[in-house]
Write a protein that binds this ligand. Sequence first.
Ligand SMILES: Nc1ncnc2c1ncn2[C@@H]1O[C@H](COP(=O)(O)OP(=O)(O)OP(=O)(O)O)[C@@H](O)[C@H]1O
Ligand SMILES: [Mg+2]
Length: 263
Amino acid sequence: MTTALAPEPLLAVSDLSVSFGGVQALAEVSFSLQRDEILGIIGPNGAGKTTLFNVVSGLVKDYRGSVAMGGVDLRGKSPQRIVGLGLRRTFQNVRLFKSLSVIDTVLAGQHLTIRESVFDSAFRTPRYHRQESIAVQRAQQVLAFVGLGHVAPGDMATSLPYGGQRRLEIARALAGYPKVLMLDEPAAGMNATESRSLGTMIRRIAATGIGVLLVEHDMRVIMSVCDRIVVLNFGRMIAQGTPEEIRSDPAVVRAYLGDEVGA
Ligand SMILES: Nc1ncnc2c1ncn2[C@@H]1O[C@H](COP(=O)(O)OP(=O)(O)OP(=O)(O)O)[C@@H](O)[C@H]1O
Ligand SMILES: [Mg+2]
C-alpha cells in the first residue's frame, strides 16, 4: 500500500505554551497554516494573540512546544534568520520610520532579502544598479498592489493618512516575498469602508500563495476573509473551525462574541 505524503505546512505550531512570571499567556496551542490560506486568530484582550506572533517571529524565545516553518524548527533562531526563511509581520501599532519616504520604506523591506555584496554596493557596480532598478520596480508594483499606486514615491511615509500608513506597512512586508505574513490588527482605527477594502486586499494576498495569519477584532473582516479561525481565551485554544462553525460555537459566543455574533 502506498501512502500519499501530505505537504509540509507553511507553519506548524504544536503544544505552544508561554508564561510571563505568573501569567500563562499561551497554553498548549496547536494549529497549522497552508499556502493560500487565511487563518484568523481571535480572542479577548490579553488572550495571547500578539504573544503568539512574537514567538513565531523570534522575539519571545522562552516557550514550550514547537514552531516550524516548512518543516524547519524555529527554536533558537534569530528574528533575522526567521525573516530569511520567509516570515514577515506587521505590528499592532504603526511602526514606520519618520525619516523614510514611501518608496524607501518599501525598499527597506526588500533589502532584507536582496543578496547585495558589500563590494557591489560600495563601488556601485553594474550588478548593484541592476539589482537596485529591479528593486525599485518591485517596490512600485507592491505599492500599486496595496492601493498606494497614486502616492508620490518621494512623500514621507508618515505624511500618509492613517489608513495609508497601515497599507504601507503591508507593502513593506510584501516586498520581501514572504511565504507567511502575520498581520496584527490591520483594521484597527479604520472605518467600515477602509476595512472592507483591506479585507479584499488580504484575500488577494493569500491568492498569490502566501499563508496569512490574521489577528483582528473587527468581526466583519474576520468572518468575511478567513478560511479558518482559531479562538484563544486566556491563552487556551477554545475553538478552531470555519467562520460558520465559530459563529455558532457556544463556548466562543460565551467567551468572546456575545452581541457581535450577528456581525
Ligand atoms: N513581554 C511581556 N511581559 C509580561 N507579560 C506579557 C508580555 N507580553 C504579554 N504579556 C501578557 O501576556 C498576556 C497576553 O498578552 P498579548 O499581548 O499576547 O494579548 P493579545 O491577545 O494580543 O491582546 P490585545 O487584543 O489586547 O492585543 C497578557 O496578560 C499580557 O499582559
Ligand atoms: Mg495584541
